[in-house]
Design a protein around this ligand. Structure first.
Ligand code: TXA
Ligand code: MG
Length: 327
């Protein structure tokens, strides 16, 4: 059965909420990327998220809420969490906090950890959906594990269209990279750069640590966000049979390219990143090119999140069958 496409109007939102409450999988747009949603309190529904994505069960999911108050009913906030919630929610920030022992969220949602990742997305349709569901909604990015995250309903249909009940189509995602994941169980530690910049977090909390040498976010394995084509980073020149992921003035000699931001704006580039990788992948296939050369992008603003995704997309792929990563 192919996923139904629901419009982002009152009837579509009500139907998406009904399906989620009934235990079905529904993809929905947020400001970052499309999420693959399930009722986070329903272990069977959550198990079907892992199955649909081919995601390893050790990789925990983010729970989504319409308000900070609802989120803090499932986790124990500390002063830093309250500061960030007031400044950044609703928005592209995920906080990892100690899970409340009486939380109704299924243990599988958090992969059995005693912490839980919570987020209040900014997208109006997503918030209306979350309010209508009235329960926490577990949602990883709506791609097959290891693939590029989807930023449109059409991308979701291509990734998971035959595995889920419905897609709530709220148009293209405006931020374009996933939320920033911040661990607040101890001293604040950045687990994944994302839509809220490190500069913003530092202004609110002071300088941050990185999540240590070990993989602290279980999903942050090396290879991820991977297009089919091979990806070469920080390209200063282009070979005749390469496609180019451009940022600013295009490299001389690039016959096939996708522009992330002609003016060199990292916010615009983030919004175009995943759709650009998908489009280049298709061009490489159609034109029989050797791979993708990505031009350098500065580490400032959303550039840190873009470079993180590009490094993972370029990382050596694991042998087939075992999922490349996890998100
Ligand atoms: O923007 C986003 O965050 C999107 C939209 C749909 O909200 N969601 C998303 O989910 O990107 P996902 O599953 O693709 O990435 C979630 C990341 C993973 O790296 C996971 O390991 C980490 O968050 N994570 C989740 N729960 C955690 C926990 N309790 N402790 C540490 N890391 C956690
Ligand atoms: Mg993901």
């Amino acid at each position: 059965m192919l996923a139904r496409r629901l419009a982002a109007d009152a009837a579509g939102i009500a139907e998406a909420a009904r399906l989620l409450r009934a235990g079905d999988l529904v993809a929905f747009g947020t400001e970052t990327v499309y999420g693959l949603g399930a009722d986070a309190t329903n272990a069977d529904a959550v198990a079907r998220i892992f199955a649909a994505k081919g995601r390893p069960h050790f990789n925990p999911l983010i729970c989504h809420y319409p308000t900070a108050e609802a989120a803090f009913a499932d986790v124990v906030p500390n002063p830093a969490a309250r500061t960030l919630a007031a400044a950044c929610w609703p928005g592209p920030l995920t906080l990892v906090l100690p899970r409340r022992p009486d939380s109704a969220v299924a243990l599988l949602t958090g992969a059995g950890l005693d912490s839980l990742a919570v987020r209040v997305p900014a997208h109006a349709t997503a918030r209306a959906l979350l309010s209508a569901v009235g329960r926490p909604v577990a949602a990883p990015s709506a791609n097959r594990s290891g693939h590029v995250s989807p930023t449109s309903a059409a991308d979701v249909a291509a990734e998971l269209g035959d595995r889920i009940a419905a897609i709530l189509d709220s148009g293209p995602c405006t931020v374009g990279v996933e939320s920033t994941v911040l661990d607040l169980c101890g001293p604040p530690a950045l687990l994944r750069p994302g839509g809220v910049t490190a500069e913003t977090l530092a202004a609110l909390l002071g300088q941050l640590g990185r999540g240590g040498g070990a993989i602290r976010a279980p999903g942050m394995l090396e290879s991820h966000y991977a297009p089919e084509a091979t990806l070469r980073l920080n390209a200063a020149s282009v070979a005749c049979n390469e496609a180019v992921l451009a940022f600013g003035p295009v490299l001389p000699g690039a016959a096939t390219y996708i522009q992330l931001s002609a003016s060199g704006d990292t916010t615009e580039a983030a919004a175009n990143l995943f759709a650009g990788l998908r489009a280049l992948d298709a061009l490489v296939r159609q034109r029989g090119l050797s791979g993708i050369a990505a031009m350098p992008i500065p580490e400032t603003g959303l550039g840190a999140a873009i470079n993180d995704r590009l490094r993972r997309a370029a990382a050596p792929r694991p042998p087939t069958a075992s999922p490349a990563d996890a998100g």
